[in-house]
Design a protein around this ligand. Structure first.
Ligand code: ADP
Ligand code: MG
Length: 332
């Protein structure tokens, strides 16, 4: 048997249990968006690392180096946001094929610096090596958070409202535009930009982290079809998701009509949205939703609720199916 028979998540489940035993109090290891370690005076350290591999995560010819630099940091800041934390420092390890140009390198670091400056994150170290073939980028980020405000994937409660902090599917549609060689004008260029330069929801994560009526939280990296299942697994619960309530951008809706795509399927399974998925005490939902909109000028969108078990999709309150599943390395 090879690893494609169990997939990315089966693989992590296979090796991780011995490493999840006998951890010091307050420490969280494998299984959430970040590792959590108690630090000082009621604060904890957050650590996350994410790798981008050429041909798997990006096409070198398609993504401008500046966007790739930005995105390499963005995907990590998104995991810090998912815990309700604030990013502090970043570490970049990069494996470079010999033919990479100095212009490419300058562009890459310009993009990385743009986001680092926007979010006041300091690049404090890393490693550089030659790679025999693909370009490989690994960024690790350390963040901090009030220990009492850490949001886990495992704290969803039956009856909670399930919500997201931004549009779903723009990035997935951007990727599809790229892969299918569609014209990259107007709406398509917007979607492509969402794919190449995702904005990590750091401010939103801090805001939600500070509210105790927000129970579970994670970031949307594989598409909600996959990510809602991660919350269900860690929280031992189920969920129902209204496919007709997934927030779609007008650019995605217009492009889906133009190209004959199902925008809902892209929204549920496209992945790389890097907004946040949270579950909120339903009695407090109206207050949280109002507060969020007042703070950010954009809605927090309810897409469903937490149930006892199983994932059920609905359209217009009728049971519905998705044609496709969220992203999983090794089984794609
Ligand atoms: P995310 O998409 O939020 O980065 P993943 O789904 O990639 O999270 O990973 C799930 C969990 O498994 C995380 O806690 C991550 O740190 C852990 N993990 C993934 N790969 C490894 C590995 N090779 N060694 C140790 N932990 C890992
Ligand atoms: Mg994550």
């Amino acid at each position: 048997m090879n690893i494609s028979s169990i997939g990315e998540f089966g693989l992590i489940r296979r090796f991780s249990p011995p490493f999840q035993k006998s951890l010091p109090g307050g420490t969280i290891g494998i299984g959430d968006d970040c590792a959590v370690m108690p630090w000082k005076e009621g604060r904890s350290l957050l650590v996350t690392t994410d790798m981008l591999v050429e041909e798997i995560h990006f096409l070198r010819e398609a993504i401008p180096p500046r966007d790739l630099g930005y995105k390499s940091l963005a995907v990590n800041l998104s995991d810090i946001a998912a815990m309700g934390g604030t990013p502090e420092s970043a570490y970049l390890s990069i494996g470079l094929p010999g033919e990479i140009t100095l212009d490419w390198i300058d562009g890459f670091f310009l993009g990385l610096r743009e986001l680092a400056e926007e979010e006041s994150v300091h690049l404090l170290g890393g490693d550089t090596t030659r790679s025999p073939a693909p370009l490989i980028i690994n960024v690790a980020v350390i963040g901090t958070v009030n220990s009492a405000q850490v949001k886990h994937r495992s704290d969803a409660r039956v009856g909670d409202t399930v919500c997201v902090t931004g549009h779903l599917g723009d990035s997935g549609a951007g990727l599809r535009i790229l892969l299918e060689g569609k014209p990259t004008d107007g709406d398509a260029s917007y979607l492509l930009r969402r794919h190449h330069r995702p904005r990590p929801h750091v401010g939103e994560g801090c805001w939600l982290g500070a509210r105790e009526e927000v129970h579970a939280m994670m970031d949307v990296s594989d598409g909600i079809d996959s990510d809602v299942r991660r919350i269900m697994e860690r929280s031992q619960c189920g969920a129902e998701v209204h496919l007709d309530r997934l927030p779609l951008s007008p650019q995605l809706e217009r492009s889906a009509t133009r190209f004959g795509w199902d925008p809902v399927e892209i929204a549920a399974t496209g992945g790389e949205d890097y907004c946040l998925l949270a579950t909120v005490d339903s009695a407090r939902w109206p207050d949280v939703a109002r507060g969020f909109e007042a703070a950010f000028g954009r809605p927090l969108t309810a897409i469903g609720s937490v149930t006892e078990s199983g994932l059920a999709y609905l359209r217009g309150n009728q049971p519905a199916e998705l044609g496709k599943r969220g992203f999983n390395h090794f089984t794609e």
